[in-house]
Design a protein around this ligand. Structure first.
Ligand SMILES: CC(C)(COP(=O)(O)OP(=O)(O)OC[C@H]1O[C@@H](n2cnc3c(N)ncnc32)[C@H](O)[C@@H]1OP(=O)(O)O)[C@@H](O)C(=O)NCCC(=O)NCCS
Length: 296
């Protein structure tokens, strides 16, 4: 039995990791993400391996967050799983200790989204619930006939590359933004939100906007223009979802004026955290939302 780290290029171990993830989390699988070339060093599995089989795992997502112009090293833990026959033998603890050893010194903080069924588990490693996140919404403006949004389907390597490049040259700012991790955004954009990516040449802006019944969720905005205002982008969004009446943000706006804040706690997951950034109030549930596309 040994700990093996960051082994994504090892096809056999990756298959074993995917098999455990599928069995544990209702079909969760990272293979398409890998084959698309979007799994990078920013997602590192830490696994206990026995005779070539992954029997336990905790993954470390490198999700630097920029708040008020400063970037913090925040690591998100995810894909926390131990094969049923190996549970309660201290394997998760072993992995948590190894991660603390490797990332603790550089980290401003660690966070995760804990499933309701295991909320007593994470406090054993120093995590505490943060008390929710704030989701901002406003009525969706009527369709702007002058808006020039073009859908960019995320079903070709060329279009993946365009969105990836847009993220790398992004200078649009929210109030709590993930930086330097396009691969994590592509986990969603390249698989589940393939019809939700739009580009406006007039604004040189990309949006990822996901309709959900009468709500249009604006998950992300990317633009090389540092003075592009969120109001300018949202004023032109109506045409993306004619049946929608409400616009919500999957991120924190830089300026909350004109937005209705709603402190929400998801019914099935709880945001938990530890480390100096969180202890010093760097994340304020009453005004911050971790980017929805940063959830791992
Ligand atoms: C939760 C899970 C990862 C724990 O893994 P594990 O390898 O059995 O954990 P460990 O044996 O290292 O246990 C570490 C500590 O947590 C405790 N613990 C283990 N499972 C727990 C649970 N479900 N709830 C609360 N505490 C738990 C152990 O008693 C131990 O406490 P101790 O060190 O004070 O004695 C495992 O049960 C699992 O895979 N569950 C299904 C997937 C899941 O829900 N993952 C979390 C998603 S957010």
């Amino acid at each position: 039995m040994q700990i093996v780290k960051n082994y994504r290029e090892d096809a056999a171990l990756r298959a074993s990791f995917n098999a455990l993830a599928e069995a544990t989390f209702d079909g969760l699988n990272f293979e398409t993400w890998f084959q698309n070339g979007h799994w990078t060093d920013s997602y590192r599995p830490y696994s206990v391996v026995e005779e070539g089989r992954v029997i336990a795992n905790v993954s470390v997502n490198d999700t630097p967050m920029r708040v008020n112009g400063k970037t913090y090293r925040l690591f998100q833990l995810g894909t926390v799983m131990t094969a049923p026959e190996y549970r309660n033998r201290g394997l998760s603890r072993l992995l948590m200790q190894e991660i603390e050893k490797d990332f603790g010194p550089a980290a401003d903080g660690f966070y995760l989204f804990g499933h309701t069924g295991v909320l007593n588990f994470y406090p054993k490693f120093g995590f505490a619930a943060l008390g929710g996140e704030t989701v901002y919404s406003r009525p969706l403006p009527a369709a702007d006939t002058a808006a020039d949004w073009v859908q960019v389907p995320m079903n070709t390597p060329e279009n993946h590359a365009k969105l990836w490049a847009a993220m790398q040259s992004n200078r649009f700012c929210g109030g709590f933004d993930m930086v330097n991790n396009p691969g994590l955004v592509m986990f969603y954009a390249g698989q589940f939100l393939t019809d939700c990516v739009w580009y406006s040449r007039a604004m040189d802006a990309w949006v990822i906007a996901e309709p959900d019944e009468a709500i249009l969720n604006l998950q992300a905005v990317f633009s090389p223009d540092p003075i592009l205002a969120l109001d300018q982008v949202t004023a032109a969004l109506g045409g993306l979802c004619p049946g929608c009446t409400t616009l919500t943000l999957g991120f924190t706006p830089a300026d909350p004026a004109g937005w209705t804040p709603d402190l929400v706690a998801e019914p099935d997951t709880t945001l938990m955290a530890k480390g100096r950034f969180f202890e010093q109030g760097g994340f304020d549930p009453a005004c911050h939302r971790l980017p929805a596309l940063a959830h791992a």
